[in-house]
Ligand binder design. Sequence first.
Ligand code: RWZ
Length: 407
Amino acid sequence: NEGKEGEAPAGGGEEDAQKKKQSKMEDLSFCNTILTSVSRSFAAVIRQLPSIVLVDVMIFYLVLRALDTIEDDMTFFHKTTATDAMVDAGADAKGDATDSSEDITTNNTIANQAKVSALLSFHKTALTNPDWKLMGCGDGDERRLLEHFPQCHSIFLSLPSESRRIIMDITQRMACGMAEFVTKDLGQGTSDILEYNRYCHFVAGLVGEGLSRLFVSSGLESPSLACELHLSDQMGLFLQKTNIIRDYLEDYVDGRAFWPMEIWNKYSPNGDLGYFANPTTEEAKNAGLACLDELITDALELVPDCLAYLSKLQCVEIFRFCAIPQVMAIATLEKCYHNPNVFTGVVKIRKGTSCLLINSAVDLRGVHDIFHWFAMRIMSKAEGLQRQQQQKKKCSGSKSGDGGGGD
Ligand code: RWZ
């Protein structure tokens, strides 16, 4: 895409042009390396995309990952930036937040204010100022991504203008949605299913919309795909809900939980989401499992729309890019169903299983078969549990007048 954006070297600038090309190569190499370090699995599916969309999707991922790192940072007021508006926000916050930290509430409020302004200005700073970067936010490779953001920006600038427009639009709308949730106390999860869906729409559903638009603008998919906003949203929701279900413990101990109270409240007798974490009693254990199963059932309702979206794809590589995370998600949900490990540690699908899934997710038929197989396994587990419960009822209260044959 380089020639397009008019970097015509004015007379005698051939060496300059050479240098620019060299540093562009270094920037692209940085993006490729950092992508692999922040997400092995996404790097793999992105890398098999046709070259006309590959870099666009890669930059889309890195930009949103940078935004996500800002959203996740819990001590935001400590951060400073290289540029304008955010420096002001950071400076204000620093001035007020004394190191004595007597008032944690005040510090959190300040941190949240700084975070909200960082999120709301992200598209105007990170995506318009080529020197923008953020030091000391997040850890490890995510921190490195933000500290070296100009290298990402350099490749962003070389994308076609329509791709840049799409990435900017989605980034701005996602940031706006994230900002709405920063000020909410998520220690006890989201409130109702509507709010749970809304959060998932911002952080994942919009990704689906952006990807559809990038596919269409590359010419690899039909323009009508960009109109399937509901289907692309549901694709993102299915992945996000699966992560939220699986990451219960990790998110809960971090103080940012997403399980909707409208659902978990039915199972927690003390009105605390933490009731399910590391359960010691049989009651707590069973309550957690019942709640988990209901959340999984809610996520499964998205499956028909996910299959409908996949059925509209024409390009095989794009199909695989979209289908692989989906089959991983259904496998994860099956593994989580009624699994007490969700409440004590991490649940991961076996390496052999993921290899098999990657190899089968080549066409709609393969994906259908995988979804059917895991849906059947979930169904047998559910039926087994139901039989168990009926058995218990019969033993304990045969005099209770319950006719027996439940549904
Ligand atoms: C897949 C091109 C990290 C971009 C967004 C996603 C930040 C919060 C995390 C970039 C699958 C997990 C990655 C659900 C989309 N949002 N949720 C591209 C990104 C699920 C992907 C990750 C969301 C996202």
